[in-house]
Design a binder for this molecule. Structure first.
Ligand code: SF4
Length: 394
């Protein structure tokens, strides 16, 4: 079988100025499979964009251009791609993804639209890269964001791409196993998950099909969860999520972990009770911020939120005319008017460019980061109490 690279740009194929979205899209599958009501809830709200989303679109366009033409991402440094100027960070990150896809042997389809409507009516998505080789289909997905690490294990988006790709091409390539890989270069994260095709299709039949049916029904149920709600457009206004979070906030101590046999400080939470509270806190904080942002946007647009108004926030003093301040302070203070600071390792690498960055690698060290709380299932090893003391001393 010849090694081919075919590029199907869905926007060009459809003659659209923007990416087409399926109602039951793969990228939101983790949400509608868990919370079928989210389809109806999000449909009532306008699409919003963010700087991060625009950067992601540009990063994907750059990756596609490079894979299509065999170009290196550095070629686009300083150039505008989809409204974003490509900088060192983007070029470096996309090089990691492009190198990964180029390292795979087999027949490749890039930015390929795949349909899984046999299981979810009208469901389709666009897979970043599909690679067929010796009975194996590998679905590769680029995640340009660095806010939340995304794992490949049981990832519904990639599994649906695999279902669609197998349905359309699997028999031609005698695929019996699928590997799903996430490349998230800005977090140094490449993660793969493999499963047999028969297990994938069993999941599509027993999980996706009933969830899709519920999602398209008139009384689709709502099921809040941290994963489903985190990026849901409806989270600031969703009653189910508000009720869920308020019930969590009203947990009584009877619902929390056991009281210790001895109660040296009965008015304080014990470790088991703190442990029971922790899994709820990120969801509560995230939801509280979303509700506040929503209220601000209603008021900014001239709407009413009873009992609330917008007022000016605290502002820091600054120079009215920087050039004039520079001249007068230079006269008054001489060199003391200016602060000179060494650039950071990232800034130095950016200034030197990717090719010369190696010249300073011996100057750079990476100390252990500040301790973070993580659930026991997190793959990173725990740091011991003595290491914790050292870090605090530092
Ligand atoms: S916020 Fe959560 S519960 Fe509400 S619709 Fe979205 S995913 Fe469902």
């Amino acid at each position: 079988m010849p090694h081919v690279i075919r590029i199907h740009n869905i926007q060009l194929l459809l003659g659209l100025g923007m990416t087409a979205h399926a109602k039951l899209g793969a990228s939101k599958a983790h949400r509608w499979i868990t919370c079928p009501g989210s389809i109806a809830a999000e449909a009532t709200l306008p699409d919003t964009s963010s700087a991060a989303a625009e950067e992601g679109t540009a990063a994907h366009a750059l990756a596609e251009l490079c894979l299509r033409n065999g170009w290196a991402p550095e070629k686009f440094l300083g150039k505008d791609v989809e409204g974003t100027v490509v900088d060192e960070e983007m070029a470096g990150a996309i090089a990691v993804y492009v190198d990964y896809v180029n390292s795979l042997r087999g027949d490749k389809l890039i930015e390929e639209r795949v349909s899984f409507s046999a299981y979810a009516p009208g469901g389709f998505g666009t897979a970043d890269a599909l690679v067929f080789h010796e009975g194996m289909l590998e679905v590769v997905d680029l995640k340009y964001g660095k806010g939340v690490r995304v794992d490949a294990d049981q990832n519904a988006q990639l599994m649906l791409y695999a279902v669609g790709a197998f349905t359309e091409h699997g028999f031609d390539f005698q695929v019996d196993t699928v590997r799903m890989t996430i490349v998230q270069p800005r977090l140094d994260h490449i993660d793969s998950f493999e499963m047999r095709v028969k297990d994938l299709l069993f999941w599509a039949d027993k999980v996706v099909r009933p969830a899709a049916k519920l999602a398209l029904s008139d009384n689709a149920p709502f099921k809040p969860s941290e994963d489903a709600c985190r990026f849901c457009k409806a989270k600031a206004q969703c009653k189910a999520l508000a009720e869920h979070n308020l019930s969590v906030a009203q947990l009584s101590f009877d619902d929390l972990g056991p009281e210790p046999l001895e109660l040296p400080e009965p008015h304080l939470l014990n470790a088991a009770q703190v442990s029971d509270l922790l899994p709820h806190l990120d969801g509560l904080v995230n939801w509280a911020s979303a509700v506040k942002e929503h209220a601000m946007s209603v008021l900014s647009a001239g709407g009413i939120v009873p009992g609330f108004k917008l007022v000016p926030g605290r502002a820091l003093r600054r120079w009215g005319d920087e050039q004039e301040a520079e001249e007068r302070l230079g006269d008054l203070l001489g060199d003391e008017a200016f602060v000179t600071k060494l650039v950071s390792p990232s800034q130095a690498e950016k200034l030197l460019g990717r090719k010369r960055a190696g010249e300073i690698s011996d100057l750079i060290t990476k100390p252990q980061g500040k301790p973070q709380l993580a659930p026991e299932a997190d793959p990173r090893p725990a740091i011991g109490a003595s290491a914790f003391d050292d870090l605090n001393e530092d």
